[in-house]
Design a protein around this ligand. Structure first.
Ligand SMILES: [Zn+2]
Length: 518
């Protein structure tokens, strides 16, 4: 017989194991049948009538043996659930054949009846046509006759922890994930075990939503606790399928400043340097700062464009990051804010504002930036949100202020985008995914075409290769080229003629792995 305290310990651990199982189960997309079977056995085994029978059995009837068996079963059920929970990653030697190829290069004519060879490492090893290229033995041919193949889209600005709504909808924020208050609760619990479990899963789901829509790279610009780094490592190590991630961890902001809820606050150049070093020690890929106020958390009219970070703070940040070869991007929503960030050597501007000649000049030639130029991510998707004020918004002062600030920023960002296009500034695609749906990146291209009067071809180049260049990953991805990662999407119609075909890809390939192949 076991002592009371040992029995109590068994029961406590068993109960915690069962609760953990149920907790993970509610977060799971793909559920392992074996894990559910094991869990069911555990539940049946503790039912009182079954317990009475078990107690009469020779070995299993002994308390210590039953306790151990129970704990092992519940442990294995948990492990199985965790493992069986992720989309499968399959690498092979593939020949993607007979599609019309859009390479992502601007001005390159589409190649009919193309063949792209991808090896087991997920790299493009050959690009040609059916006539010019023989498919080697051992390669599996995937017939894409009548389809169009183009590089996966890149979203240079997302927040993985939030799920977003359709661009252009209203002040209502979350539509594709759990309600905002649930996410808010777990953000409060972020540093705890439960917080990490829930938030990393949520980020994984949002990242998968993007990937299934053909977005093969997402740059996360502000998420709690460096959990975006945790997810990136899971994907890099093959434990999780997802888009290529570049992440900033929590963004850097000032005390009381924009996005402090998901930020590291700093005041003064020394703290600015320390914040960059902290972020880099967590292995982030990029530094994101909030140099001005923002719409989403504004409480006063005009707060969105208000200067928050000082030029000295921004300079300390760019200097420290550039020493390590890391790009810095700034949330900036006013002309003065953009200018201060540009003068301090910022590498990208998120959102933007009206741009004067000095600003445009610095975008094109910015000696203090890491690469000599600064690029613009106008995030037209998010600034086109909040376009209509619904009934609730009319009555609610806080929503009204956000709406009015949104209107102001929206006018200025569109104006800045137009002058940037005219001046030849490098432009990239960022939607502020999380505030808008992670899957609707193609809509950003639509907004760019609409406001910038550019062709579909140019927009697709911006959404792929130009964004890769903007965020510094053009050597790895962004176009269909030998030596680059096999990151692409296959669509039914010619996107040069019909952009909306990007909304529903026929196939998505991420680093050589075919997503959701059935
Ligand atoms: Zn953002």
């Amino acid at each position: 017989m076991l002592t009371t305290s040992v029995r109590f310990a068994y029961r406590l651990i068993g109960t915690l194991g069962a609760l953990h199982f149920l907790f993970i189960l509610t977060l799971s997309e793909h559920i392992s049948g074996l894990s559910v079977a094991l869990f069911t056995v555990c539940v049946i085994a503790v039912l009182p009538p079954v317990q009475r029978r078990i107690r009469q059995l020779p070995l299993l009837g002994r308390d210590w043996f039953f306790g151990c068996a129970f704990l092992i079963l519940i442990f294995v059920a948990n492990v199985q659930l965790e493992r069986g929970n992720r989309p499968e990653i399959v690498h092979g030697e593939y020949a993607f054949a007979h599609a019309t190829l859009i390479t992502g290069e601007l001005g390159a004519a589409p190649i009919s009846d193309a063949v792209i060879l991808v090896d087991v490492s997920g790299e493009i090893v050959e690009v040609g046509t059916s006539a010019s290229l023989t498919i080697p033995d051992g390669y599996e041919t995937i017939d894409l006759s009548g389809k169009f193949l183009l590089p996966g889209l890149i979203n240079a600005h997302g927040h993985l922890v939030m799920s977003g709504s359709e661009p252009g909808r209203t002040v209502e924020m979350t539509r594709f994930g759990p309600p905002e208050w649930v996410v808010g609760m777990f953000l409060t619990l972020a540093p705890t075990y439960a917080g990490e479990k829930v938030l990393v899963r949520l980020m994984e789901r949002n990242a998968m939503r993007a990937l299934r829509a053909g977005i093969t790279t997402v740059r996360g610009l502000g998420d709690p606790e460096f959990y975006d780094v945790v997810l990136r490592k899971q994907i890099e190590s093959g434990r999780s399928l997802g888009p290529r991630l570049l992440v900033a961890g929590p963004l850097l902001c000032t005390t009381g400043g924009h996005a402090r809820q998901i930020g590291i606050t700093l005041d003064g150049p020394d703290e600015a340097r320390r914040a960059v070093r902290t972020s880099l020690s967590h292995e982030v890929d990029v530094i994101k700062i909030a140099s001005t106020g923002g719409v989403a958390d504004s409480k006063r009219l005009g707060e969105a464009g208000e200067l928050q970070m000082t030029p000295e703070e921004i300079s300390a940040i760019t200097d420290e990051a550039h020493r390590k070869g890391v790009l810095v991007t700034a949330h900036a929503e006013s002309a003065e804010g953009v200018l201060e960030a540009l003068r301090a050597g910022i590498d990208n501007i998120e959102h933007g504002a009206e741009l004067d000649d000095e600003a445009l000049g610095l975008f094109l030639n910015n000696p203090r930036s890491l690469r000599g130029f600064t690029s613009l991510h106008p995030t037209l998707s998010v600034i086109s949100s909040n376009r209509t004020l619904n009934e609730e918004g009319r009555k609610n002062r806080a929503l009204y202020i956000r709406y009015m600030n949104g209107q102001q920023v929206s006018r200025d960002v569109i104006s800045g985008y137009k002058s940037a296009v005219a001046a030849g500034v490098k432009i990239g695609v960022g939607t502020d995914g999380g505030l808008v749906d992670h899957a609707s990146v193609w809509r950003e291209l639509e907004f760019m075409i609409q406001h910038g009067n550019i062709t579909n071809e140019r927009a697709i180049h911006i959404g792929t290769l130009a964004t890769a260049e903007s965020i510094g990953i053009e050597a790895t991805t962004g176009s269909i080229e030998i030596g680059k990662a096999a990151d692409f999407m296959v669509v039914d119609a010619n996107p040069f003629e019909e952009l909306s075909t990007l909304d529903n890809p026929h196939m998505v390939v991420a680093a050589g792995s075919i997503v959701d192949r059935h």
